[in-house]
Design a protein around this ligand. Structure first.
Ligand code: BGC
Length: 747
C-alpha cells in the first residue's frame, strides 16, 4: 500500500536533517495540544480494529500502537491514521521482534556466546526485513541490560555481563534492524532497552530496585546504550526499575542529563509497559497527573499503554505545572523518527499476500548462529565428537524433543519451524539407532486456569522431585551404548518475571543424572537454558557438557552436527557461571580488594582472604571460557611499545596456534588492567576480540590496536579520563588465563 500523505505535498522530501527539521516544525505548528499528546501516547495490543480504536486514531489521539495483530489490522490502522486523521500523521507500529520474527534465531544470550557480531547483524537484518514486510516499523529490541545475576530471568534476553561485548552485539543488532537507511522499506527502527540499570535488580527479582554508583552506571550499565547511540539507534525504552531510589522512567540524571545533554540523542524515548503509571506504585507520584508530569519532565517522550499523558497533559500545561515546550520537544523527537523511517514519504506498509515463511537461507543463518553459540564446557577422554559409528544412542530428556522450548522466551517464530535434536539425530542415524525417553512422568501437569495458575504450574515444574519417569529412562539408557542427556530449562523458566532463587537443574534432573551415571555408560550432556545454571556435583558424572542455551528453530541440527564433529564448537561464555547461587553476584571484571584470594602462593593458605569457607572463590566456568575439539596454544602477550603518550596507540599481539588435529574457530580475547589509578580498576576488562579460523598446525599472529582512549574510565568527578600509569594486557582464550605484557601510559 502506498501512503501519500498531505505533508508530502506541502514540503518536498529531503534526506537532509535540516529538511526533516523544517518539516517537523511545519507540522508541530499546526498541531493541537491534544494531537501532540496523542503523538506521545501508545495504545496497546489490538488484535482487531475496534470502533474505539478507530476513533482514537482518527482524532489523532494515538501516535503509536504496539500490536500483535495481523498485518491486515496493522495496515488498516495505518490507513486510518494517514487517510482519516486531520493531519495524516502516520502511526509508528511497534512490536517485540526480539530474536527473529518469522525465522527464529537463538535467544540474545546465546547470540552473545557466538562472539560474532557480523553474524548477529546478518540475522537481525533478516528479522528487520521479515517484520517490516509484516507491517511493523519499530522493534523493542535490542535489550542490552548488563546482567551479573543469573537469578534474573531476563538475563536470557541480553548479551550477558560485559559492557564491551554487549555493546558490540547491541550495535550489530541495531545495524541489522536499521540497515543502511532507516527509510528503506525493509528497515525497522530499533529501541534500546531498558534504559537503564534494570539488570542489577536486587536479589535477581524482576522489576526490583537497583543501587548503582554513578561511576559504575556510566562505565558498565550505560556503555552498550552509548555505543548504540553512536551507531544511530532510533529510540530507547525507559526501564521499570528505580535507580538509587529514582525510577528509571522519571530519572532526570539518566534521561535528561546523560542521554540528551551529554550524548545529544535526538531520537525518542518510550516508557516500558505502563511504567509511567507505575510511578505511583514506586512512590514518587500520588496521581496519574503527577506521574505524567515527572515522566515528561525527565524526558520520556512516549507513554506505553497507560494513558496518563493524554488524560492529564492539558491540565498540567494549563495550570502551569508543565512547560508546553517539553511537550513540543517530545513530539519533535517522535516525529523525527517517523520522518527518518520514511513514514511520511510513501514507505510501503508491508502486507504481503501470504505471510512469508522462513527460507533455506534464513534458516541456515539461524543454524550457524545456534552452532557458533554452543559452548563446550567439558570433554573428557575424547568423549566428543562422537565417532562415525557410534552404536545405539539413548536420548533422555524432554528438552531433546520440544519444538517450543528450544525457541526460548519471547519467541515469535512458529514452533513448527523448529527441528529438535531428536529429529535431527533420527534423520542422521535412522530411527532404529536412537531410543528416547523423556525422563518425566507419563502425564505431565498442565497449568490450571485459576488466578495464579501459571505461577503454580511453573513453581511445580521447577521444584517437583518426582522420579516417576526414571524407570523408563533408565530402561532406555540400558539399551544403548551411549547416553545423550538433555537437561536444563523449559522456555518459560527464563525471560520476564521468571526469576529463580536457585540456579540448580530444575526438578529431579540432578537425581536423574545420578541414576543414569550408575549404569556406567558414556554420558554426554546437552544443557538448554536461558541462564547459567549450577550443576557442580552432576558435572563430575558427565563425560562431556555442551551448553546450548535456547538455540532457536535450528538448535537441533546445530547441536547434532556439533556432537558428530561436522562442526567444531567455538562459543565462549558471555557470562560467568557460578559454582553455587551463593556466589552471586560473580563477574570477571571485579575489583581486586585489599585481600585477594589466591589459587597458588601464600594467599592460597591465608585464612584472612576474600573467599568462602565452604567453596572455592573461583567460578565454575569463567567469562570468556569455552573448549574446542582441537587445542589452541597462546604465546605470551606482546605490546608494541613499553610507553605510550596520552592519545597514543599501541599494538597488542600474540601467536595463537592450533595444536590439535581439527580445523576450528577460536575467539581470541584482549583484556587490560590498570595497576594503580585514582579509583580501583577491575582486575581485567575486555577491550577486543576476534574470531579466527585456524587449520591444524597453523599459527596466526592476532593483533589488536589499542588507543589510550580505550583505557579511559569515569573518575570520581564523573570525568571520563585515561589516567597515566602501568597497565597489563592479555591476549587469552578466556578472562582468567594468558601471560600478560605490560606498558605504561604517560601524562
Ligand atoms: C517488557 C519490555 C517489552 C514490553 C512490550 C514489557 O513488559 O519489559 O521489554 O518490550 O513489555 O511487550
Amino acid at each position: 500500500m502506498l501512503i501519500i500523505p498531505f505533508m508530502t505535498l506541502l514540503v518536498p522530501a529531503h534526506s537532509h536533517a535540516w529538511g526533516i527539521e523544517s518539516r517537523i516544525e511545519a507540522l508541530v505548528s499546526r498541531m493541537t495540544l491534544e494531537e501532540k499528546l496523542g503523538q506521545m501516547s501508545q495504545g496497546g495490543l489490538p488484535d482487531r480494529v475496534t470502533p474505539a480504536l478507530r476513533d482514537l486514531i482518527r482524532r489523532g489521539r494515538l501516535g503509536s500502537v504496539f500490536g500483535y495483530g495481523s498485518p491486515a489490522v496493522r495496515a488498516e490502522l495505518q490507513r486510518i491514521a494517514t487517510k482519516e486523521s486531520r493531519l495524516g500523521i502516520p502511526l509508528i507500529i511497534g512490536n517485540d521482534v526480539i530474536h527473529g520474527w518469522i525465522t527464529g534465531f537463538p535467544i540474545p544470550l546465546a547470540q552473545a556466546a557466538s562472539w560474532d557480531p557480523k553474524l548477529v547483524q546478518d540475522c537481525s537484518r533478516v528479522a528487520g526485513r521479515e517484520s517490516a514486510a509484516d507491517g511493523i516499523q519499530w522493534t523493542f529490541s535490542p535489550m542490552m541490560d548488563i546482567a551479573r545475576d543469573p537469578r534474573w530471568g531476563r538475563i536470557a534476553e541480553g548479551y550477558g555481563e560485559d559492557p564491551y561485548l554487549a555493546g558490540r552485539m547491541a550495535v550489530a543488532t541495531v545495524r541489522g534492524y536499521q540497515g543502511a537507511s532507516l527509510a528503506a522499506p525493509d528497515s525497522i527502527a530499533a529501541c534500546g532497552k531498558h534504559f537503564v540499570g534494570y539488570g542489577a535488580a536486587e536479589g535477581g527479582r524482576d522489576y526490583n530496585s537497583t543501587w548503582i554508583p554513578e561511576t559504575v552506571l556510566r562505565d558498565v550499565y550505560l556503555k552498550p546504550f552509548q555505543a548504540t547511540k553512536e551507531a544511530g539507534i532510533a529510540s530507547f525504552m525507559s526501564a521499570f526499575n528505580a535507580i538509587n531510589g529514582v525510577p528509571a522512567s522519571a530519572n532526570p540524571l539518566t534521561l535528561r542529563k546523560i542521554l540528551r545533554d551529554e550524548w545529544k540523542f535526538d531520537g525518542f524515548v518510550v516508557s516500558d509497559f505502563t511504567a509511567v503509571h507505575e510511578l505511583i506504585e514506586h512512590g514518587i507520584a500520588s496521581s496519574g497527573a503527577e506521574a505524567a508530569r515527572k515522566a515528561i519532565q525527565a524526558g520520556v517522550d512516549m507513554e506505553m499503554i497507560s494513558d496518563d499523558y493524554s488524560r492529564n497533559g492539558r491540565a498540567l500545561v494549563e495550570s502551569g505545572q508543565l512547560d508546553r515546550k517539553l511537550i513540543d520537544d517530545s513530539v519533535r523527537n517522535i516525529l523525527r523518527v517517523k520522518f527518518r523511517l520514511g513514514l511520511f514519504d510513501g514507505r510501503p506498509q508491508g502486507l504481503p499476500k501470504t505471510r512469508p515463511a522462513p527460507t533455506s537461507t534464513t534458516l541456515a543463518l539461524s543454524n550457524k548462529l545456534a552452532q557458533e553459540g554452543l559452548v563446550l564446557l567439558k570433554n573428557e577422554r575424547g568423549a566428543l565428537p562422537f565417532p562415525r559409528s557410534i552404536g545405539r544412542i539413548a536420548v533422555i530428556g524432554a528438552l531433546a524433543n520440544s519444538k517450543e522450548d528450544q525457541l526460548g522466551c519471547w519467541a515469535a517464530a512458529d514452533p513448527l519451524t523448529s527441528v529438535t535434536p531428536l529429529e535431527a539425530l533420527r534423520a542422521r542415524l535412522g530411527s532404529g539407532n536412537v531410543v528416547f525417553a523423556s525422563g518425566e512422568p507419563a502425564v505431565v501437569a498442565k497449568p490450571d486456569n485459576g488466578p495464579g495458575g501459571w505461577d503454580r504450574f511453573l513453581r511445580k515444574a521447577l521444584t517437583d522431585k518426582s522420579h516417576a519417569g526414571f524407570p523408563a529412562a533408565i530402561e532406555t539408557a540400558r539399551k544403548a551404548d551411549v547416553v545423550l542427556l538433555f537437561l536444563g530449562e523449559k522456555r518459560d523458566f527464563s525471560g520476564e518475571a521468571s526469576s529463580r532463587s536457585s540456579l540448580d537443574l530444575p526438578g529431579a534432573q540432578a537425581d536423574l543424572v545420578a541414576e543414569i551415571a550408575k549404569l556406567g555408560k558414556p554420558m554426554i550432556v546437552v544443557i538448554m537454558a536461558g541462564r547459567p545454571l549450577t550443576f557442580h556435583e552432576s558435572a563430575r558424572k558427565m563425560d562431556a557438557i555442551l551448553y546450548a542455551w535456547h538455540g532457536g528453530p535450528m538448535a537441533g541440527p546445530a547441536i547434532v552436527d556439533t556432537l558428530f564433529g561436522d562442526r567444531v564448537p567455538s562459543g565462549k561464555l558471555p557470562v560467568t557461571f557460578p559454582r553455587t547461587v551463593g556466589q552471586v553476584p560473580i563477574y570477571y571484571d571485579h575489583l581486586n580488594t585489599g585481600r585477594p584470594p589466591g589459587q597458588t602462593g601464600p594467599a592460597a593458605v591465608d585464612h584472612y582472604r576474600s573467599k568462602y569457607l565452604d567453596i572455592e572463590f573461583t567460578p565454575e566456568y569463567p567469562f570468556g571460557f569455552g573448549l574446542s575439539y582441537t587445542t589452541f596454544h597462546y604465546s605470551k602477550t606482546r605490546v608494541s611499545r613499553s610507553h605510550a603518550p596520552q592519545g597514543g596507540h599501541l599494538t597488542v599481539s600474540a601467536e595463537v596456534t592450533n595444536a590439535g588435529g581439527l580445523a576450528g574457530d577460536e575467539v581470541v580475547q584482549l583484556y587490560t588492567h590498570q595497576r594503580s589509578a585514582s579509583i580501583a580498576r577491575p582486575v581485567r576488562e575486555l577491550k577486543g576480540f576476534q574470531r579466527v579460523h585456524l587449520m591444524p598446525g597453523e599459527t596466526r599472529t592476532v593483533s589488536f590496536e589499542l588507543s589510550t582512549r580505550d583505557l579511559a574510565f569515569t573518575n570520581s568527578n564523573m570525568r571520563f579520563v585515561t589516567e597515566p600509569g602501568r597497565f597489563e594486557a592479555w591476549i587469552s582464550p578466556d578472562s582468567v588465563s594468558g601471560q600478560p605484557g605490560t606498558f605504561e601510559v604517560g601524562r
